[in-house]
Write a protein that binds this ligand. Structure first.
Ligand SMILES: Nc1ncnc2c1ncn2[C@@H]1O[C@H](COP(=O)(O)OP(=O)(O)O)[C@@H](O)[C@H]1O
Ligand SMILES: [Mg+2]
Length: 295
């Protein structure tokens, strides 16, 4: 038996009932509540604890009250339409924004429970702990060896030439570049292919034994084969490092990351396990983005 009683009608449809004003509803996908992120933005074993982060360029607020934890040894992807603040937020994690005069950062940002923006903090040391790889491979116009040895030299990590040789070799091995580079360590780095240059930049970043590697669209200038090599490398590196990667490729985010964070117009809309973000996103905006309705 159908239990619905057909005599019940809605209030609005009764001729003498109150007039219910027709609400002009915003489509669900345009609703973002500031500071509210759906999904799982917080974790147990946080490497980074970021709370109520605002970033301004002059008077323009580019990051709006974002709170997020990044776990130790996780790979987390930042995705979202161009201009939504992914790079800006990434650069807060090792104070790369310091070099932009009009940029100011507010909120609480902690690395291992210590304030990243503490005025007493040694920024050079911070950037050794939190290394960075950029969109366009940017090796120094020096030899392959000197590119990798650069960081260990300025941080005084090797006292003897043999120690430095070892660091260079290990870093190139971890970056999957040793076999290609071992016989041409004195050759200039800028003569390498784009993919090799990017792996060299990764070797340079890991040569100072960082704890975190930030990558801002590291494959966008690479061909598919070089991209596949860098992605393999990310999987290997994640055993030792925390990796935060900005990517415009959803396939890449799906392949390399444990969690994915979806940014929209300076807001952090959703953070979830990568698989969940791509198969059953919680927020309408995430769904619109991953189904290609905007980008
Ligand atoms: N150096 C800068 N000076 C002024 N505005 C900037 C600067 N860098 C980024 N922005 C602005 O901040 C917003 C976020 O940019 P960005 O972080 O580069 O986004 P995404 O990496 O997601 O493409 C954009 O509106 C952009 O124009
Ligand atoms: Mg960017």
């Amino acid at each position: 038996m159908n239990s619905i009683n057909p005599t019940i009608t809605s209030e609005a449809s009764q001729p003498d009932g109150p007039v219910v004003p027709v609400q002009e509803e915003k489509p669900a996908e345009t609703v973002i509540e500031e500071g509210k992120t759906v999904g799982k933005p917080y974790v147990e074993d946080a490497k980074f604890k970021l709370r109520d982060v605002d970033v301004f360029y002059g008077d323009t607020r580019a990051i709006k009250k974002i709170s997020l934890d990044i776990a130790r040894n996780e790979v987390i992807s930042f995705i979202g339409p161009s201009g939504c603040g992914k790079s800006t937020f990434l650069r807060c994690l090792n104070r790369m924004n310091d070099s932009i005069d009009i940029c100011s950062v507010r909120g609480s940002l902690q690395l291992d429970d210590h304030d990243i923006y503490d005025p007493k903090r040694d920024v050079v040391e911070l950037r050794a702990r939190v290394g960075m790889v950029f969109q366009k491979p940017n090796p120094f116009p020096k030899s392959i060896y000197d590119n990798v040895a650069y960081g260990p030299r300025i941080h005084g990590l090797a006292n003897r030439k043999s120690d430095l040789d070892e660091i260079v070799e290990n870093s190139l091995r971890k970056a999957g570049l040793w076999e290609e580079a071992k016989d041409r360590l004195d050759a200039t780095a800028t003569g390498m292919s784009g993919g090799q240059q990017q792996r060299l930049c990764i070797a340079r970043a890991i040569a100072v034994s960082p704890e975190v590697v930030l990558m801002d669209e590291p494959c966008s200038a690479l061909d598919p084969i070089a991209t596949a090599k860098v992605e393999e490398l990310i999987a290997e590196l994640s055993e030792s490092y925390t990796i935060v990667i900005v990517t415009h490729s959803m396939q890449q985010a799906a392949r390399v990351s444990h969690r994915t964070a979806y940014f929209h117009l300076g807001h952090l809309v959703e953070v979830n396990e990568t698989n969940k973000v791509f198969t059953s996103p919680e927020h309408k905006l995430t769904e619109s983005y991953i189904t290609g309705r905007f980008g």
